[in-house]
Design a protein around this ligand. Structure first.
Ligand code: NAD
Length: 497
């Protein structure tokens, strides 16, 4: 494939060079839609990690990006966007095969990645500080500085789009990055590296390494060479990374899981609601952190909504991602077993399986679209992330009860409100514990809208202008104009500094 131009099939982009891997470990990449072995990926080992970190540090200290005139940095980001677009068709096909997602979604991920570089590139010369009035004796201002080396750990569900949403603002702000790709589908992200290379990213400013989380990932985040950690993934991994970050006091962004609820009031437009259910829980086979995994429905329309959700689920086309069906396979046999077991345990606990509930015949890791009805909101299936095509439908009687149910898990990633009554939409949105609230359309928003969680869904924000400030720290510069007149000492005494 010509999109790996410089080193055949090497998958590790280490400080400007393609390296076949020096870790000994090899990851077998599989097509989850056929269970066919696609290729082996040689993992980056100790030496590659050291070279990537050293390259990132050197690039940062020499100011390859941070001291590049902002307009030139913007131009570099736009060139990266152009290079990503140039490979989107072929690279999207590879991502489709390794991740199981539809071809359309996989190619769309490269388009989304390009948009992140375009969006943040346009901000490179707009990272402005403030002037702070301290009276005639001082000039005081703030500047935003990049952290230095940003370590970024990426999950498998949207490896290319999620990587780009962190890489683009980090590079735009002048940081160097060392990215670890997900072990289940590392190929698409390696191809993103080839786009960076072709666009002329300075040597060492970006490395993308393939490796096992508990090994390469754990060593990366524990390194004292890392100035910032950006993690997107599950709560337990996030917790283990935070423990490592505590040792080195490294600032971290945590984008974790969710158990997000849509609230359908009695006046909801049911056709619109069903369109949102379809994308909300079945897009990417439900393997979406912000999936609509719970649907809270007013009792007046409850039976009708369950019936329509079942009909919708049973009418979905299921197949290999290359055919762009409604429902694609889960990423792995392990993930399929996990999802199926969760649903069967719920059924054993007496929860009604309105449709689906088990795997579909292979080859491929397909889970039947599943609707669980009259789900006890306190049950495990309603409280914990399943990460599969499984919708829990829960009835409610009042607005207050719906809000309490929506807020009643440890997570707080996104939420949705479906109603024709805009005053109610505003009132309820204000009371939902979530980083983002969708009104009348699940997944409304885009690359420009801030995204992130509350509670166990994490902290920090990605996407939008807001996220750029995850990748810089503020420095205040205070200049005394009349040295020695004691004004600063007086002020310090007053402030208790
Ligand atoms: P995961 O936590 O198993 O793995 C995520 C990444 O962390 C992988 O690259 C993995 O190799 C790495 N990793 C594993 N152990 C590590 C360790 N000890 N140290 C450093 N890195 C380590 O998650 P996953 O199964 O890949 O992804 C699914 C999870 O991600 C779900 O919980 C989902 O909700 C969450 N997610 C969140 C967002 C968000 O933006 N909030 C987006 C996508 C996915």
């Amino acid at each position: 494939m010509t999109i790996f131009p410089k080193a055949g099939l090497a998958r590790n982009f280490v400080a400007g060079r393609w390296v076949e891997g020096d870790g000994g470990a090899v990851i077998a990449v599989e097509d989850p839609g056929t269970q066919e072995h696609l290729t082996n990926c040689a993992c980056a080992g100790e030496a590659s990690l050291a070279r990537a970190l050293e390259g990132a540090r050197t690039s940062f200290e020499r100011g390859f990006l941070a001291e590049m005139p902002p307009a030139q940095r913007a131009a570099l980001m736009l060139r990266i966007a152009t290079e990503i677009r140039a490979i989107a068709r072929d690279a999207g096909e590879l991502l489709c095969r390794e991740s199981g997602k539809t071809l359309e979604a996989a190619q769309g991920e490269f388009e989304e990645a390009a948009q992140y570089f375009k969006y943040y590139g346009g901000l490179a010369d707009k990272i402005e500080g403030k002037s702070i009035p301290l009276g005639p004796d001082y000039v005081d201002y703030t500047v935003y500085e990049p952290y230095g080396v940003s370590a970024q750990i990426v999950p498998w569900n949207f490896p290319v789009a999620i990587a780009a949403r962190s890489m683009a603002p980090a590079l735009t702000a002048g940081n160097s990055i060392v990215v670890k790709s997900p072990e289940l589908d590392p190929l698409g992200l390696a191809l993103l590296g080839s786009a960076l290379e072709r666009a002329g990213v300075p040597e060492g400013a970006a490395s993308i390494l393939c490796g096992i989380g508990a090994d390469l990932g754990a060593r990366l985040v524990a390194s004292s060479e890392v100035d910032q950690i950006v993690f997107t993934g599950s709560v337990p991994t996030g917790q283990s990374i935070l423990r490592a970050a505590a040792e080195t006091v490294t600032p971290s962004v945590m984008e974790l899981g969710g158990k997000s609820a849509a609230i359908a009031f009695e006046d909801a437009d049911l056709d619109g609601l069903m369109a949102s259910v379809k994308t909300g829980i079945y897009f990417n086979a439900g393997q979406v952190c912000s999936a609509m995994s719970r649907l809270l429905v007013h009792r007046a329309i409850y039976d009708q909504v369950v019936e329509r959700a079942v009909a919708l689920s049973q009418g979905l086309s299921v197949g290999h991602g290359l055919d762009n069906p409604d429902l694609t396979p889960l990423i792995s046999g392990q993930q399929l077993a996990r999802v199926e077991e969760r649903v069967q345990a719920a059924a054993r606990d007496g929860i009604r399986v309105a449709c689906g509930g088990k795997r579909l015949d292979g080859p491929g890791y397909f889970m039947a679209p599943t609707v669980l009805a009259e789900v006890d909101p306190a049950s495990r299936i309603a409280q914990e992330e399943v990460f599969g095509p499984v919708l829990c439908i829960i009835p409610f009687d009042s607005e207050a009860e719906a809000i309490a149910l929506a807020n009643g898990t440890a997570y707080g990633l996104v939420a949705g409100v479906f109603t024709q009554d805009l005053s109610r939409a505003h009132r309820v949105a204000a009371r939902l514990r979530a980083g983002q609230v969708f009104v009348n359309e699940w997944f409304a928003g885009g690359i420009a809208t801030p995204f992130g969680g509350a509670g166990r869904s994490g902290y920090g924000r990605e996407k939008g202008l807001e996220a750029l400030y995850n990748y810089v720290r503020t420095k205040n510069i205070a200049i005394a104009l009349n040295r020695g007149n004691g004004a600063s000492l007086d002020r310090a005494a007053r402030n208790g500094d």
